[in-house]
Design a protein around this ligand. Structure first.
Ligand SMILES: C[S@@+](CC[C@H](N)C(=O)[O-])C[C@H]1O[C@@H](n2cnc3c(N)ncnc32)[C@H](O)[C@@H]1O
Length: 385
């Protein structure tokens, strides 16, 4: 490499700009006459006020990225903006959710400041479940400020195994997988497939393959491009990444709507037993039948069909570190439960929707846990509450 090329490279690296021609001439002469070495120039550039100011700016940006990825929403108002365009993305999600003529269940994985969960909970009936474990997002605080009664928060850093476990026992009308799949250590495609398999529809946003090291796991973006063909992908919009240096910031990220075209099933009981097909043979799983007007569950084994109650069972909520509603509120919801001849009040038999606990399967068999006090005792003893 020529001396001039090396000098230019260092300018781009440390000052993020081209060298002035005079400076290029000056340093080239100095280096070629052995008055300084390239390492000396690197040291001069690194210690320059210009480079220090640039670094400070980068650090500032990184910190603000952590604190405000999406807009902050309190009591129906956006009170501050994040560095991603949340509203434009929400408009697409809103338009699609309008198609449902019934309450919906939505899982917002990697919810950050919860903008999408809060907006959906304002605009639709149903249950809206946020998953976020980074305390800097302050999502529990935001849930408490919003005091919404149709929101649940799981304070959990999910890995692929957690997602697979969740898939076996839950179904969501919609999953928001917005800019979160690339945070996983496991293969991106496996994460996506698991998410789609536990939902009817999935909104998915993923970094641009050209993004640089400001983006988590950027080095895997090229080698692990996502295959969307089997999910009838619809491209909804493109918004800038907003992340890193001026070039990276302008790269577009694409928002997709994906559809689960496979049979939707619940694969094992919420008590944590083995899978139905292992216990009872092939095709014994519970089938979810859903469209924009209705959702029901078909218990093939029991010749029973009934409406699906939006929410998640209390056991799954607590096992996945559910923190909103708080433990204190859960105890109150247990006290407020309306019971009629309760037979089995195990937490796997109680559907939580944020405002109440709804007992199901009370005619099956008598269980030891069949009163509110026994339930509290069980939760206490099993360390779930
Ligand atoms: C880049 S932000 C995206 C926020 C939001 N989904 C959006 O698009 O506006 C990713 C968020 O996902 C969270 N996150 C990353 N991996 C996660 C995981 N495995 N389980 C739960 N949350 C995760 C991070 O803490 C972070 O707040």
């Amino acid at each position: 490499m020529t001396t001039r090329k090396s000098i230019r490279e260092q300018y781009l690296k440390f000052l993020d700009r081209e060298p002035e021609l005079d400076d290029l001439d000056f340093y080239c002469t100095e280096i070629e006459n052995n008055r300084i070495h390239l390492d000396d120039l690197i040291s001069i550039l690194k210690n320059s006020d210009e480079c220090i100011a640039l670094l400070k700016n980068e650090i500032g940006k990184k910190n603000s990225e952590i604190s405000t990825y999406n807009d902050i929403r309190i009591n129906g108002k956006t009170i501050s903006s994040g560095y991603r365009d949340s509203e434009k993305r929400y408009d697409e999600i809103f338009k699609f959710c309008k198609k449902f003529n019934r309450p919906i269940s939505v899982l917002d994985l990697g919810a950050a400041e919860g903008y999408f969960t809060f907006r959906l909970s304002e605009d639709f009936s149903g249950v809206f479940i946020a998953v976020e474990s980074n305390p800097q997002r302050k999502l529990l605080e935001l849930c408490e400020k919003n005091n919404s009664k149709n929101i649940l928060l799981l304070d959990k850093q999910m890995n692929l195994k957690h997602l697979k476990n969740l898939k076996e026992v839950q179904h969501f009308d919609i999953i928001l997988a917005l800019n979160v799949i690339h945070h996983f250590d496991e293969p991106f495609q496996d994460v996506l497939e698991t998410l789609v398999s536990m939902s009817s529809f999935c909104f998915m946003e993923h970094p641009n393959v050209l993004e640089n090291d400001s983006t988590k796991n950027y080095h895997r973006l090229q080698s692990e491009t996502l295959h969307l063909e089997k999910f009838k992908p619809q491209l909804l919009n493109k918004t800038q990444s907003g992340l890193g240096n001026s070039i990276n910031k302008k790269l577009d990220r694409t928002l997709w709507l994906l559809e689960n075209t496979q049979p939707k099933t619940i694969d094992r009981g919420w008590r944590g037993t083995s899978k139905y097909d292992e216990q009872f043979g092939p095709d014994s799983d519970i089938k979810i039948k859903s469209n924009f007007d209705e959702i029901s569950v078909d218990y093939g084994l029991r010749d029973e069909k009934r409406n699906w109650i939006p929410g998640i069972d209390l056991r799954t909520f607590l096992e996945n570190n559910g923190v909103y509603p708080t433990n204190h509120e859960i105890l109150k919801l247990i006290d407020d439960m309306v019971l009629d001849n309760a037979q089995d009040l195990g937490p796997h038999n109680l559907i939580l929707n944020g405002s109440c606990l709804f007992p199901i399967d009370q005619n099956d068999k008598l269980d030891d846990v069949n009163t509110k006090e026994k339930l509290k005792d069980f939760l206490n003893k099993s360390g779930l509450l």
